[in-house]
Design a binder for this molecule. Structure first.
Ligand SMILES: Nc1ncnc2c1ncn2[C@@H]1O[C@H](COP(=O)(O)OP(=O)(O)OP(=O)(O)O)[C@@H](O)[C@H]1O
Ligand SMILES: [Mg+2]
Length: 199
């Protein structure tokens, strides 16, 4: 299947790397899209490791300290996803602006909320609306539907833009393609909002 690479985790890392932080991308999806993404670039833009066994927290401990580790989650809620959740300080849940996506995220939300309770507030999670379509009202409706789950919905949104898949096709991020473009700005705003929550 000719499928474009997942843009979000590598792009977030691209933004963090610009700030001079030490970063690592963990590809926990057995499909390996993040690894394919890195391989498409001539020189590896960000360090990527694949950990697609449910031992993510243990494996990360042996890798030394990093300022930020971004884990690209596996699509199904199975042992792998549980392992990724257990390794995290912050869980970002991208949701497309459609009621189907809101319903589909419900099992993940239950799992995340149970983990937040166990962690006694040391774990945070938030939704981000991804593939938002400008000039439509559906995002506001989806924001209120998501708020009913009892987790915060970030005010930053990722818009549907062709630069995300086209930059991914060459293993780049939007920061390399258009450092001052609208996509770069919306990702920087997203990073700033997450960092504010992590303070
Ligand atoms: N903001 C966006 N604008 C345009 N295209 C996008 C955007 N976000 C994602 N896409 C495209 O949608 C497809 C799926 O995206 P992505 O792989 O990030 O989703 P995913 O939820 O991680 O999927 P999976 O469950 O298979 O891992 C990709 O082809 C990607 O390039
Ligand atoms: Mg994915």
């Amino acid at each position: 299947m000719d499928r474009e690479k997942p843009p979000l985790p590598p792009i977030l890392l691209g933004g963090l790397q610009l700030e001079g932080l030490e970063i690592l991308l963990v590809d926990s999806d057995p499909q390996g899209s993040a690894r394919d993404w890195a391989a498409a670039h001539e020189e590896q833009p960000v360090p990527v490791v694949g950990i697609d066994r449910p031992i993510i927290d243990k494996s990360l401990k042996s890798m030394g300290r990093k300022d930020f580790i971004v884990i690209d989650g596996a699509p199904q809620i199975e042992a792998l996803a549980v392992s990724a959740i257990k390794s995290a300080d912050f869980i970002l849940i991208p949701v497309q602006p459609s009621p189907y996506d809101v319903w589909a995220t419900s099992d993940l939300v239950d799992l995340v909320k149970a983990r937040i309770e166990i962690m006694d507030g040391k774990l945070q999670a938030a939704f981000v609306i991804s593939r938002a379509i400008k000039g439509t009202n559906i995002c506001n409706e989806i924001t209120s539907a998501l708020a009913d789950y009892g987790l915060p919905v970030l005010t930053s949104r990722i818009t549907q833009r062709v630069i995300y898949p086209t930059s991914a096709a060459t293993g780049q991020t939007v920061f390399e393609r258009e450092p001052d473009g609208e996509a770069a700005h919306e990702i920087q705003a997203l990073i700033a909002e997450i960092k504010q929550l992590l303070k």
